[in-house]
Design a protein around this ligand. Sequence first.
Ligand SMILES: [Zn+2]
Length: 207
Amino acid sequence: MSPTPAKPVLVGDNDPATLRPSREEALKAVRTLLAWAGDNPDRPGLIDTPKRVVDAYGEWFDGYDADVAKELSRTFEDVQGYDDMVLLRDIEVESHCEHHMAPFLGKAYVAYIPNEKVVGISKLARVVEIFSRRLQTQETLTQLIAGAIESHLQPAGVAVLIDAEHQCMTTRGVHHRHVSTITTRFTGDFKTDAALKDRFLKLAQGR
Ligand SMILES: [Zn+2]
């Protein structure tokens, strides 16, 4: 019998029913990390730490249980001829890198040019939040946000810019403080129209 070919594993590709361990197992894993760091998980200050860490993980990674498609399913077609850029600036990004599970914090700028369909603007911020609350790289996060808007709204173009600081870079390894990483993704008109792309970048920077 030939082995089943490995299925590519994507961000959020986890069947909770079969792969997600129990809360008890997660608590034990945190205890193990505390002991591995060199501390005593039974001392009073740490006794409830596994519980707090597991609860925090529940919050930081609740994007796995959220559905982006659902958020973007309610669209409006009555835009009264509005056909210019819709841009959301300064959306807080609080995510964790998949390489170190360390936080990366910054801002996202998301724009699209409607093509008949528009979506409530809070939904765009919600899409950023859902994808942020999963493990990935900033590059993937940028692509996922653009891809979701692209496929659900079929706009004339999408632009996404993320500017973030990675704590895996500022607090460990090279210890480079205040280095921020910028990633961008442009599709449709934003890709082909240099003036439009330029306008997005200027507006994103508040100019
Ligand atoms: Zn990292």
